[in-house]
Design a protein around this ligand. Structure first.
Ligand code: PLP
Ligand code: COI
Length: 372
């Protein structure tokens, strides 16, 4: 059975039952974590949960202590990887209010991912209400310093205890939250990229444009190879040698004629950060083109000067210039320095300015979380 989009179905307002954590992280320990948040290393005191089954639909919406999830060893997710997730950030503005960025787009992407992984689609208003719940109960976990945020991780998986290969008839949705600083350990200065010449992340008609755990599982071995070669991230190509994306970021090229180019295909996750940066570039009068870019065009363009700058972008990493492109070509290793341009930094500043409430949100991208 193919489930069709639920976004057109009316959804009932969702009421959350709250079970408070009786042993929250002591305030002093929380302050220590917030003084130097890593990425994805510490978690807040609570999480959101919601259950789904064919008979009741979404039900049992709750806020509960962050902690282990009890499931049968035969649950579908452990065997067939029926799992999807999202990633977005809550920002504390100077006046103390808490906002997030384009969450409706994450909610819709979550629905598309659910559709592809044959999971039930969560109504957009349930997704948004869940974000408000976690931020309300764990308000004190939202950092306020520049470059810091509370990373919100909604995820869903097939929880039915059944080993036949078909869509689970029971699923669970959760949101966990983690104070976040820079994604890369070295900070946000720049990254070096290793081209995965053999392993691919996705294929046409596959799950590349869905945000599902399996895509990331497939990227871990090549990501290990990138690290072995002294690089920060893996670049994935399609079967024709065109640039897809990195394991957790989209790629954007700035050409010498000022055109901004980005690859688009069903093997690439359509990033909300990239979409926003392209809009900001268009607002500056720059031409944006979505087309395939081969690795050969990239390397030759850098050599000839027709590629002025290349950067990567995503929620966790924000915007990060690529300083080095490395890989194997004809059995020989290459390490090519990339030109340093100014657009990545300038777009990053503008995006962060909007997200932190300093600059005019002229596209209406911000969404307030700390109100009903
Ligand atoms: N591509 C992949 C594979 C990702 O994991 C991410 C991060 O979520 C992105 C691109 C960027 O997407 P977004 O800007 O919506 O975070
Ligand atoms: C994000 O940028 O939100 C991601 O999901 C990337 C990575 C941490 C998986």
């Amino acid at each position: 059975m193919i489930r069709h989009s639920a976004q057109f179905l009316p959804s009932q307002p969702v009421a959350f039952t709250r079970y408070l954590n009786t042993t929250p992280v002591p305030p002093a320990q929380r302050q220590t974590i917030l003084a130097n948040p890593q990425f994805g290393a510490a978690f807040t005191d609570h999480m959101v949960g919601m259950d789904w089954d064919e008979r009741q639909g979404w039900h049992n919406a709750r806020v509960e202590p962050y902690g282990p999830i009890a499931m049968m060893p035969s649950a579908v997710v452990f065997h067939y990887g029926q799992e999807i997730f999202e990633g977005l950030k809550a920002y504390r503005h100077a006046d103390g209010s808490i906002w997030t960025f384009r969450p409706q787009d994450n909610a819709k992407r979550f629905q598309r991912s659910a559709h592809r992984l044959s999971l039930p689609e969560l109504p957009v208003d349930h997704f948004l209400a869940s974000l408000k719940q976690i931020v309300d109960v764990d308000n004190e976990w939202v950092p306020g310093a520049e470059g810091q945020s509370l990373y919100l991780r909604p995820f869903m998986f097939g929880s039915e205890a059944f080993l036949g290969v078909r869509s689970a008839r029971e699923a669970r949705f959760h949101v966990i939250a983690s104070p976040a600083g820079a994604y890369f350990r070295g900070g946000n200065d720049s990254v070096s990229i290793w081209v995965s010449d053999y392993y691919r992340r996705a294929g046409k008609g596959g799950t590349g444009s869905a945000k599902c755990g399996g895509n990331y599982a497939a990227s871990l071995l090549p990501q290990g190879q990138a690290l072995e070669h002294g690089c920060d991230q893996t670049l994935f190509l399609d079967t024709e040698g065109n640039v897809d994306e990195c394991g957790s970021m989209n790629i954007v090229f700035v050409m010498s004629d000022g055109t901004v180019v980005t690859p688009e295909s069903d093997t690439i996750l359509p990033g909300i950060t990239r979409e926003s940066l392209l809009q900001l570039a268009e607002d500056r009068g720059m031409k944006v083109v979505r087309r395939s870019v081969s690795l050969a065009e990239w390397r030759e363009g850098v050599a000839s000067g027709s590629v002025r700058e290349v950067f990567a972008c995503g929620t966790a990493a924000v915007v990060i210039p690529i300083r080095e492109l490395c890989g194997i070509d004809g059995g020989e290793e290459f390490r090519e320095q990339q030109p340093r341009g100014e657009l990545a930094q300038s777009l990053r500043d503008e995006l962060v300015g909007i997200q932190m409430g300093r600059d005019d949100d002229r596209h209406g991208w911000l969404y307030r979380l700390d109100v009903d």
